[in-house]
Design a protein around this ligand. Sequence first.
Ligand code: FES
Length: 132
Amino acid sequence: MKEAKISRKKFLQTLAGITVIPFTLMAGISIHKYQNVTSTKILRLKKPDSKGIFFIDEVIIVNSNNELKVLSSRCTHLGCKINKSENDIMVCPCHGSAFSGEGEVLKGPAPRALRKLNYNTDMETGELIINI
Ligand code: FES
């Protein structure tokens, strides 16, 4: 019987190929799983009684002239949490972007307005039910 000879280099290349395939498949499956995840978080907050800008958790509530706006507190530049206002202008603490009470960009580097969040009002408790 004649033995088939393969070089050490060829053997190692084959072994590496066989070893890489399962890891590649596992990585592909993991990425696919995370791509399908849609995160919807619901937050229940007390509706503010007074006019003003309120920073609560990941949310900014702007209560002006009986009109309520709910915005994401994540800056559209690099995602810092906006947590203060000066003269009804919301200012990002990281790089100084400024936003109006509507969430529109007044000063960059933020490229776009703050994200408006959908909400409903719980008729029994009066709480805001906010989809983040
Ligand atoms: S993260 Fe807000 S200005 Fe940069």
